[in-house]
Design a protein around this ligand. Structure first.
Ligand code: 5GP
Ligand code: MN
Ligand code: MN
Length: 332
């Protein structure tokens, strides 16, 4: 009962060699889990793979088997004729790594974002998948490859992170069945989730202290947000990845439909993260601001100082929230 794209994707894995494997910049658990899971599958098929990303791999993901194989685009010469991109909705999200894709390359786009623009020469964009790791798991099934522990560890990591520890609305029967398969392959669920979700670095906790002071909400109580300035991050001694997850505080406030974090990334640029509970399609809002994502989790980077961006984005979110019926009963 697999969609036909799964067969084509499996053929792509079988029929190409010397592959360049890419994921979106600032890679998360699903990006890294899916690309590394696929790298193991391709190696078991006897293929040579090159792994490239614009950004260093976050410390908490360095335990993933083969994570040490990542190169920066500047460390790689020439271009590749065979490329697979994972967990990436558009070409722009590949950043500088795009320069390694030959003009006439065979490019397979493996993703689950609703805003995916089908930038590949072949595309397997499965909007029903909770994680790109779920798609890679199904490609492995199509290839009839028995999963070893390394591959299973990578795939479990993306599955558990993109579902928020199997708590978000994308958690389905299939997700849990796949998780069970991965445990059969020997995965230690506690070890993985402890490393990638539970453990907070000291700077991260300092940042939470400061950022919770900025927690605010609108008059309706349906929109809530936090603000993270460069100064806050610096004083906490934190780095980019320490900001991840802060948007869940406003999202989780009772009565809130849309939770937002505003984060000054470089002077004059603000990274906005959106989360919604039941009805608001934040992927569509992020797309209007030049970003993208899913209906319940999305993001974008907007030019301007924090206050200006906040005013613009909150005004738009207010319009959308006012226009929809946000009572939980209105949803499935
Ligand atoms: P986060 O807010 O955690 O950075 O991202 C939430 C979701 O939105 C993720 O699925 C991520 O891939 C997507 N996303 C975040 N920022 C951007 C962006 O600037 N552009 C696009 N296309 N997607 C984004
Ligand atoms: Mn991702
Ligand atoms: Mn994902």
């Amino acid at each position: 009962n697999l969609k036909p794209e799964y067969k084509s994707a499996a053929d792509f894995f079988r029929n190409h060699d010397n592959l360049l494997l890419l994921v979106h910049e600032k890679p998360d658990g699903d990006a890294l889990g899916s690309v590394l899971g696929a790298a193991h599958l391709l190696q078991s098929l006897g293929k040579t793979v090159t792994l490239v990303n614009d950004d260093p791999i976050p410390d908490k993901f360095r335990f993933l088997p083969m994570a040490d194989r990542f190169l920066l685009p500047e460390e790689v010469e020439g271009t590749f004729a065979n490329v697979i991109a994972f967990d990436c909705g558009d070409r722009k999200r590949l950043g500088r790594s795009q320069g390694l894709i030959a003009a006439d390359a065979n490019l397979l786009n493996v993703d689950h974002h609703v805003t995916n623009d089908h930038f590949g020469t072949e595309n397997i964009v499965d909007l029903e998948a909770a994680a790109t790791c779920q798609i890679v798991f199904k490609i492995a099934q199509e290839l009839r490859i028995e999963l070893d522990l390394d591959t299973a560890t990578c795939l479990y990591t993306g599955l558990v992170t993109d579902t928020g520890g199997f708590r978000y609305s994308n958690t389905t029967e299939e997700v849990l069945l796949i998780a069970a398969h991965l445990l059969t392959a020997g995965v230690s669920p506690y070890q993985i989730v402890d490393r990638v979700m539970e453990t907070l670095t000291w700077p991260q906790v300092q940042l939470i202290r400061t950022v919770l002071d900025t927690l605010d909400r609108d008059e309706s109580g349906m929109i809530s947000w936090v603000t993270i300035t460069r100064d806050m991050l610096e004083r906490a001694g934190g780095c980019d990845e320490d900001v991840e997850g802060l948007v869940n505080y406003p999202r989780n406030v009772e009565g809130v439909e849309v939770g937002i974090s505003f984060r000054e990334s470089v002077p004059g640029k603000v990274k906005v993260s959106f989360r919604s509970k039941y009805v608001v399609d934040v992927g569509a809002i992020a797309l209007e601001f030049g970003g993208g994502g899913h209906a319940r989790a999305a993001g974008c980077t907007v030019d301007g100082d924090v206050d200006t961006v906040k005013d613009r984005v909150l005004a738009r979110v207010r319009e959308v929230v006012t226009a929809v019926d946000t009572k939980p009963e209105a949803t499935q």
